[in-house]
Design a protein around this ligand. Sequence first.
Ligand code: CP
Length: 308
Amino acid sequence: HRHLLGIEQLRPDDITALLDLAEEYVSLNRGGHKHSDVLAGLTQINMFFENSTRTQASFELAGKRLGADVMNMAMQASSVKKGETLIDTALTLNAMHPDLLVVRHPHSGAVDLLAQKVNCAVLNAGDGRHEHPTQALLDALTIRRAKGRLHRLSIAICGDIAHSRVARSNIILLGKMENRIKLIGPPTLMPSEIEHFGVEVYDDMNEGLKDVDVVMMLRLQKERMDGGFIPSEREYYHRYGLDAEKLAHAKDDAIVMHPGPMNRGVEIDGDIADDINRSVIQEQVEMGVAVRMAAMDLLARNHKAQTA
Ligand code: CP
């Protein structure tokens, strides 16, 4: 592959190979000397047109730990504010000969479009409601480490599915790996194309969580509910927020996940998020660095092989 735009384009073998390489980077990151030179001499530019803590920080750390020259474009201070378009901005940066472009954008499809205009590898760091491939890959690595496998698991994805690129990428990835996927949430927050996903849909948390191995919670994304129905936080927490009572319906060893940022007391009880016996939320963040290192390593290797 030349780019990492979505999980849609990956085969199960690609996913397994990337996770296997990421495991090596987990070890490197836990060691005393967190440095390798696989991206030495390469330039990585991070362009975030939307806010980020985890994705931006981990892509930056990943590039630096692999020896790349990493530049973070401050998009708020860029000429985008003077009306320069996404494509003109990308072409301008492309003229500076980057090797890796990491892009987050509020519009679905914007990163795919940009990838067609530049010469370097493009990594999608989240585009609108479309895809967030590195999030799904880090979630997959977290699940595989906790459960010892990434197939034939029962996995609940709960909450605001309609606005979530995290849910979309996870549904595609976990489906490709032959897991049972249960989407739980209010009908108003289910995507319209749901019947194409090959998933089960529930409106009731207790029913949907029955005997699942993995409980993946999602943030209520009010910023994407332009003019649509916004549920009251209290009512939402009561019906769909993960608390001890609802979690008791899952398997005893079920893990709890959340991509972050979290709204404590809206989609998840703070004590559950902090329960180190159930919650793998901090491990998801840790896996994010390793997965992004693996993704950039593989794209750089492919590029080298194509130009050799
Ligand atoms: N999970 C995730 O994408 O978090 P950020 O928006 O902080 O990058």
